[in-house]
Ligand binder design. Structure first.
Ligand code: HEC
Ligand code: HEC
Length: 206
């Protein structure tokens, strides 16, 4: 019996994938409490709440761990938000894996077309060498798809208002859960006009 248990635990170690597996079906059931703000399938209707449908599983996983950490440390560590951190406080590791798997398996919808200031696309694709602003495209990709392995989130079709809120948070270091401060480094150089233009451009990427 003991040998069997050891063999099983070795097998479990060997078969653990690099990314947490998660069960999307179980996640769907657990996602009921999230739907009030993020929508049933992760396409939130209210533009201050992020769309999380189709976001990378590893990114969703990291954010939920960071949000939970903030709830457990009184905001000293992780990602602190008065509305969302408490929502993550009681999630288990398994809940996080399942919820991330579920929302990642959904498809994000597109936003209605609006006027996009040219400055947004210009900064996104070219940055501003004079002001030392790295082009967003370098990490978030030409179509805003990000890079899951590198931890760069997808941005395409996100709500402009949510993007603007996050850029302001990185700008003021209110959100500082980015590895090596790489997002804060970029955001601290952005003006309010830059952030407005970037948010509108990014939300228009399909
Ligand atoms: C009362 C509204 C509300 C509820 C309910 C809620 N959230 Fe959130 N969620 C938010 C807000 C607001 C943010 C943005 C936080 C910030 O500004 O840092 C957020 C952010 C997130 C993020 C980060 C997204 C990103 O793009 O970085 C994830 C992941 C997330 N929520 C998952 C969940 C899950 C899973 C549940 C259910 C267990 C849930 N949320 C329930 C309001 C809510
Ligand atoms: C060096 C790589 C890098 C560059 C350049 C970069 N980002 Fe990011 N960005 C990141 C990382 C990493 C994160 C996620 C941090 C985390 O783990 O929470 C992020 C997160 C974000 C988020 C939050 C997404 C969400 O769902 O909450 C927004 C918005 C964003 N970036 C916009 C931009 C814009 C606009 C630019 C260009 C001005 C830019 N980024 C340039 C690496 C980068």
């Amino acid at each position: 019996m003991k040998k069997f248990a050891i063999a099983l635990s070795i097998l479990a170690t060997l078969s653990t994938p690099a990314l947490a597996a998660g069960d999307a079906e179980a996640g769907k059931t657990k996602a009921v409490i999230c739907s009030a703000c993020h929508g049933v399938d992760g396409n939130s209707m209210i533009d201050m709440y992020p769309k999380i449908a189709g976001q990378h599983q590893a990114y969703l996983n990291k954010q939920l761990h960071d949000l939970r950490k903030a709830a457990h440390t009184g905001g000293a560590e992780g990602r602190n938000d008065p509305m969302m951190s408490p929502m993550a406080a009681a999630l288990s590791d398994q809940d996080i894996d399942d919820l991330a798997a579920y929302f990642a398996s959904q498809k994000h919808n597109e936003n209605a077309a609006t006027d996009v200031p040219p400055l947004g696309e210009q900064l996104y694709k070219g940055g501003d060498p004079v002001r030392g602003i790295t082009a967003c495209i370098a990490c978030h990709g030409p179509t805003g798809q990000g890079n899951e392995a590198a931890g760069f989130p997808a941005l395409a079709s996100q709500h402009a208002n949510y993007i603007k809120i996050q850029l302001n948070k990185f700008h003021s270091a209110t959100r500082n859960n980015d590895l090596n401060g790489m997002m804060q480094d970029v955001a601290k150089k952005l003006t309010a006009e830059d952030m407005e233009a970037l948010s509108k451009y990014i939300s228009s990427i399909k």
